[in-house]
Ligand binder design. Structure first.
Ligand code: ATP
Length: 385
């Protein structure tokens, strides 16, 4: 994606806002906001490094906000995640959920810890509940290389890996995740669910996005083996006919794992099933410096959640060394989605600031071979806004 090209919105329609504040902490309101449009941002720091990277992101957004004359943010923080589960039995309270539904956008850190599980052994994953309940069907995961030193691949420089994975978020193999199973029976099944409606809407989102980029949209499937994927591909072919200006192609997921290592420059927008998208987006993040560099946005027709692609990284939580770039770039996606001209300018400033900071190989957090702390990296980005 070009630096200043918005990822753009599947829908820019604002919902009417009403709402009880619920169990929340007002961390910033639009003070001195006469005449400004106030945007309500639900902030969910969550677990592990979530609060660290969200703290960095809010600092960047507040710095940008100083420049704006027409819009401002009302940030409202909600407690979610494992601490809430351990205290109240629910990692995502109905109050927090309602606030997310009513907000103009949701900024999320990360949730879940390997040490805290449901009685059946699964990790808590309230971020998946949020996606499904808000019907955030398009998971956009941009993968962009900012500097040659951040990729393990030879011969790739800044901007030469630049693709977006569009992950179907609401069905696929994840649709079975809440089903009951009986391991004692000697057999457990997971259902891979594809519906025409679910496939059509995510394919349209992918083609729309490709139309604003390099006009190439690749389906990643397993249509050589699974009947669900044969159906998925047939829907893709139908939708592709609506977008003759976009070049459509199809690649099996195993081959795509190979091609992402061999020739990532050939791809623009990849669209795929939920589980394949989950796996390939981690692989693709590894091409550009790892999880700390990979932003994401989960977009529906009415709501959107912006969060780094990474999880809670318990191995580094609390050390002050998390890379904030994935979260800060996710906030840039939020500004684009919200769509006001001042916010679009803010998104461009964030991207340029990240690019400028990363152009100096000394400016790295430990995950990418450097020595900067989260706060130092954040300050460097803020200086370049
Ligand atoms: P989930 O399944 O919840 O997505 P995960 O199991 O994929 O999480 P992550 O929490 O994303 O795991 O962490 C994977 C690895 O990447 C860990 O070694 C972690 O320290 C590292 N990592 C993830 N995010 C960051 C970050 N922002 N800064 C530095 N390192 C990170």
């Amino acid at each position: 994606m070009k630096d200043n090209e918005p990822i753009k919105t599947l829908s820019t329609e604002r919902k009417p806002r009403s709402g009880s504040p619920g169990r929340q902490r007002e961390i910033d309101t639009c003070t001195g906001a006469a005449g400004k449009i106030s945007l309500d941002i639900a902030v969910l720091p969550g677990d592990g490094i979530g609060p660290e990277v969200i703290g960095a992101t809010l600092a960047v957004l507040k710095k940008l906000e100083e420049r704006w004359t027409k819009v401002c943010f009302a940030f409202r923080e909600h407690a979610v995640g494992t601490a809430e589960y351990l205290r109240y039995g629910d990692p995502l309270s109905e109050e927090a959920f309602a606030a997310c539904r009513q907000a103009d956008a949701v900024l999320l850190g990360a949730m879940g810890l390997p040490s805290v599980r449901w009685p059946d052994g699964r990790e808590l994953s309230p971020q998946l509940d949020l996606r499904e309940r808000l019907d955030l069907y398009a998971g956009l995961r941009p993968i962009r290389l900012y500097h040659a030193q951040d990729t393990p691949l030879k011969r790739y420089g800044a901007g030469e890996i630049d693709l977006v994975i569009v992950r179907e978020n609401c069905e696929g193999l994840f649709s079975a995740r809440l089903s009951k199973s009986d391991p004692a029976s000697g057999e457990v099944r997971d259902l891979l669910r594809i519906t025409r409606r679910g496939a059509e809407r995510v394919f349209r989102a992918a083609f729309e996005l490709a139309g604003r980029r390099r006009k190439k949209c690749t389906l990643v499937d397993k249509a050589n083996v699974l009947p669900s994927m044969v159906f998925f591909r047939s829907v893709f072919d139908d939708v592709a006919r609506e977008y003759p200006e976009v070049e459509a192609s199809r690649v099996y997921v195993d081959a795509m794992a190979l091609y992402l290592l061999q020739k990532p420059h050939e791809f623009d927008v990849l669209v795929t099933e939920n589980m394949f998208g989950d796996i390939l987006s981690d692989l693709a993040a590894g091409l550009v410096g790892g999880m700390g560099m990979a932003p994401s946005a989960d977009i529906g027709d009415d709501c959107a959640v912006f969060q780094p692609s990474h999880g809670t990284a318990p191995d580094i939580a609390g050390k002050g060394i998390a890379n904030p770039i994935a979260a800060i770039l996710s906030a840039a996606m939020m500004l684009e989605w919200l769509g006001h001209p001042e916010l679009l300018d803010g998104a461009t400033r964030i991207r340029h600031a990240v690019e400028t900071v990363l152009s100096d190989p000394a400016n790295r957090t430990p995950d990418t071979g450097g020595r900067l702390a989260t706060q130092q990296m954040t300050e460097k980005i803020m200086e370049c806004l």
